[in-house]
Write a protein that binds this ligand. Sequence first.
Ligand code: NAI
Length: 245
Amino acid sequence: MQIDLTGRVALVTGSTRGIGRAIAETLAGCGARIAVVGRDQARAAEAAAAISPECRGFGCDMADSASVTAMVEATEKEFGAIDILVNNAGLTRDNLMMRIKDEDWDAVLDANLRGAFVAIRAASRGMMKRRWGRIINIASVVGIVGNKGQANYAASKAGLIGLTKSVAKELASRNILANVVAPGFIETDMTAAMTPEARAGLSGQIPLDRLGTPADIAGVVAFLASDRAAYITGQVLVVDGGMVM
Ligand code: NAI
């Protein structure tokens, strides 16, 4: 099954590295033009140029609403539209719940949840006018099952699920679909920070017996962005090697 996204414009947040980078590369490989969004404008531009001459880089702090709105507007100005919005940027400030400071709560919720909401609010205006849109939010299995030491992160990811379902209901009549991809453990800089004991603990919990790759997530995002997924909205697709069933 060939996924064809020719003529589509996709904005992917946090796409200078890791899962976001793989999503940007995969969507570009399917023919889409990509707005590569990173915290640092120069790194975003560098990543965009490395992916394809048709991609552009934009700097944006997802925790800053004005910066997110300006980045969406700049992308629309550059490409004329945003058809596919992938909210992938995310960060962790892990600690036991009792030790989470207000600023660690806010840093995670502001970037992971409010940033995604602001991007959706800004990008959906054009999608509504054109009566076509795909919103794909990258959550996590911990948003479904919770995790010790990640109360703030899990809350942000659970929030993304509620946000997505609400948006899916509000925008369905305009042919805008909104879905969540919930990864399990994926090999990126984020999981490289795990202790060897934490890694060893995973063995036996994942039926497919390996960590996932960014490409495992990117393929699912490309499918959800395509016309092949035209009858799927408000869903959470768990991509975790069978860890959470
Ligand atoms: P990563 O740390 O390699 O990449 C995250 C990207 O988000 C980076 O480019 C970072 O600069 C960007 N970002 C973070 N805060 C930002 C901010 N305030 N403004 C702009 N950009 C910001 O992480 P990875 O693993 O590629 O994660 C991508 C997404 O997948 C995240 O939302 C993460 O929560 C989610 N995820 C990752 C899993 C994993 O095992 N790696 C598992 C489940 C979910």
